[in-house]
Write a protein that binds this ligand. Structure first.
Ligand SMILES: [Zn+2]
Length: 282
């Protein structure tokens, strides 16, 4: 299986503190809210280097050291929402850059987006309101007044593809693009295991019972800060009863009559393609 999008690249070494200031060639993940700055480099796009940021008139709101990719130091920046992109550069939604930006840089952009968002939304202590400071020893922010520590937020979510004979269960949420069906998914609640979450979500969303849940793979998903953990499971009983509001439609699909599926950037598509392929060969 090829590497899932947003998986940390092999040449990347995570780091919290830079030894010095960025050099001219440092790789810059520059955000304005959720938009990433790219430099036109026909026929494609690339990330700007630190030396090119001088073309911004304004100073960034924040800068976060990410570590190194190969020999190059990597930094995430956020600029104010009113900052205009310098000539020859453009703001892009991250999803639209999949396949256009280098895969390793695309994956780190997902990480950078999450850390910028975390830094922006954890400026003040949730306990006493004091301005938080980055911690000296790890990726965390600490309140100098009361000692409260905030780590980057990661919300685990499980995904389940259910098999029944030569069919799979797919459902559509009202948020999906027209005609697209996917595997079931939901966020883990405090106090439950992944397996318990899987059984609960499937039961709540479709009224179906499952058995033999097997781990498939996981994917960091930076919209905004999920970790998707995918499983395949067997049908163990029940009739499809879609949860109102959450599930618009759910059906058993035969392998030769599949509906439109999610985009290839997501683990959902990888899960469906892989299991369908396995079922076809068996
Ligand atoms: Zn505090």
């Amino acid at each position: 299986m090829s590497v899932l999008p947003f998986t940390a690249p092999e040449a990347y070494v995570s780091g919290v503190f830079a030894a010095g200031e960025p050099d001219a060639l440092s790789l810059c993940f520059v955000f304005q809210q959720t938009l990433l700055l790219t430099t036109d480099d026909p026929p494609g796009v690339r990330l700007p280097q630190h030396g090119e940021l001088a073309r911004f008139g304004a100073a960034p709101l924040r800068r976060i050291y990410l570590g190194t990719l190969g020999e190059r130091a990597c930094y995430a920046y956020e600029y104010d929402a009113n900052t205009e992109a310098p000539a020859g550069t453009r703001w892009h939604g991250l999803r639209g850059l999949y396949g256009r930006l280098d895969d390793a840089q695309f994956a780190l952009a997902g990480r950078a987006l999450q850390l910028v968002d975390w830094d922006r939304t954890h400026r003040f202590c949730g306990c006493c309101g004091t301005t938080m400071q980055h911690r000296g020893s790890e990726r965390a922010k600490e309140c100098p007044a009361c000692g409260f520590i905030a780590y980057p937020r990661i919300a685990p979510a499980v995904m389940c593809l259910i098999r029944r004979g030569r069919e799979i269960l797919l459902a559509r949420s009202p948020r999906f693009a027209p005609g697209v069906y996917s595997a079931l998914a939901g966020f883990v609640e405090p106090g439950e295991t992944l397996e318990q979450c899987l059984a609960r979500e499937v039961q709540e969303e479709t009224g179906i019972k499952i058995a033999n849940a097997r781990y498939f793979a996981s994917q960091p998903w930076p919209f905004p800060h999920s970790l998707m953990i995918a499983f395949v499971a067997d049908y163990a009983g029940g009739e499809i009863t879609p949860a109102p509001d959450e599930i618009e439609d759910a059906q058993w699909f035969a392998l030769d009559a599949l509906p439109n599926l999610p985009a290839k950037i997501s683990i959902a598509r990888r899960l469906i393609d892989s299991i369908v392929d396995e079922m076809r060969r068996s």
